[in-house]
Design a protein around this ligand. Structure first.
Ligand SMILES: Nc1nc2c(ncn2[C@@H]2O[C@H](COP(=O)(O)OP(=O)(O)OP(=O)(O)O)[C@@H](O)[C@H]2O)c(=O)[nH]1
Ligand SMILES: [Mg+2]
Length: 322
């Protein structure tokens, strides 16, 4: 059976041939694994990629430990992780600095951020993680960065409203498209995937920025978008809400029988999760020992008994009996 390899895969393979360090080779193989068409004709090749990846990871780990291999890996915290993407100097770090307590480098010259810088953004009673990143250019991503982009729950594409906004969009969306990542609702190429994307126009305080934003909005009506100024604070408060909505998760408060609910730290679960999913999230043994549950919430009776497959709603309070 022919393999029907896509240009995206062939590019990743070329990246592997060019790779010099173990980290670069691993990043290229991961890219090959993500983009290779998944059908019978590529079964052997996929097994070969997996084998080579395992071998390299083992060699790399022996040599210097995980942090030395994947310098872009950021452990996820909170309700979800959004990685920032944008051209040099577009205002990514200023945005992360304005929304979180992260120690970012904001500078009037390009390429001032060299590695990932995570920070937590508050939204009501949960947090959403932002990860500042080095810039992207028409030439591509910094080696190794694409893994973090794929791993993120969503992307914030920063567009400098004081610059050529259409060109900036072309660069960012073009790079992602070439790696198979497209906004939800658009057709993904073979081996590709939909990725949540929020377009954030930056530097709204600069003259002409509002007009540039309007032009952008008219061209990209199907992608969530807003204009902000990190310097003046305009519309920054909408970002946490928009990110949280895009994550499509629910917040559930657990409650022990006879006690008030723990309202401080909700469990965050994908929308569509059930009583049983909640039990499993609390403790793996709880899912097997769960006998019954009661729910207080907007869509149920106060304290009504709920079956294990009951689908939970945002802000439900659940009492689990084991
Ligand atoms: N007027 C104005 N300037 C801004 C705003 N946000 C950022 N800047 C300026 O734009 C420049 C670049 O900001 P950074 O946040 O460092 O940009 P970056 O995208 O992180 O840059 P790299 O890390 O090099 O990719 C700095 O001089 C900032 O002061 C804003 O909202 N308004
Ligand atoms: Mg920066």
């Amino acid at each position: 059976m022919p393999a029907n390899l896509t240009p995206m895969y062939l590019k990743a393979e070329e990246g592997f041939r060019q790779a010099k360090t173990v980290a670069e080779k691993i990043a290229a193989l991961e890219e090959m694994s993500a983009t290779i068409p998944k059908h019978k004709g590529t079964e052997k090749m996929r097994a070969d990629i997996r084998r080579r990846l395992a071998k390299l990871r083992e060699a790399g780990e022996k040599a210097k430990g995980r942090s030395g291999i994947d310098a872009f890996y950021v452990e996820k915290h909170g309700a979800g992780q959004f990685v920032l993407i944008g051209t040099p100097n577009c205002g990514k770090s200023a945005l992360v600095g304005a929304l979180t307590k992260a120690h970012v480098t904001v500078a009037p010259y390009p390429f001032s951020t060299h590695g990932p810088v995570p920070g937590m953004m508050n939204y009501e009673d949960v947090q959403v993680q932002l990860v500042d990143m080095p810039p992207v250019t028409a030439e591509g991503f910094v080696p190794g960065m694409i893994g973090a982009v794929r791993n993120a729950d969503g992307l914030i594409i920063c567009i400098d409203l004081a610059a050529d906004v259409l060109q900036e969009m072309d660069i960012c969306l073009g790079l992602l498209d070439a790696r198979g990542l497209v906004p939800p609702g658009r057709p993904a190429p073979e081996g590709g995937a939909a990725k949540r994307m929020l377009i954030v126009g930056t530097k709204l305080d600069v003259p002409g920025a509002a007009e540039n934003f309007q032009a952008l909005r008219e061209l990209y009506r199907d992608v969530p978008m807003l204009a902000t100024s990190a310097e003046k604070g305009d519309h920054l408060g909408e970002i946490p809400r928009m990110c949280f909505r895009m994550l499509d998760v629910v917040r559930i408060y657990s409650k022990e029988p006879g006690k008030p609910p723990d309202k401080d730290r909700p469990f965050v679960l994908p929308r569509g999760s059930t009583v049983l999913d909640l039990a499993a999230a609390i403790h793996k043994d709880m899912a097997t020992s769960l006998k019954r549950a009661r729910i207080w919430g907007a869509n149920t009776y106060e304290g009504a008994p709920a079956p294990r497959d009951h689908v939970l709603s945002d802000r439900d309070i659940v009492e689990l009996h084991v």
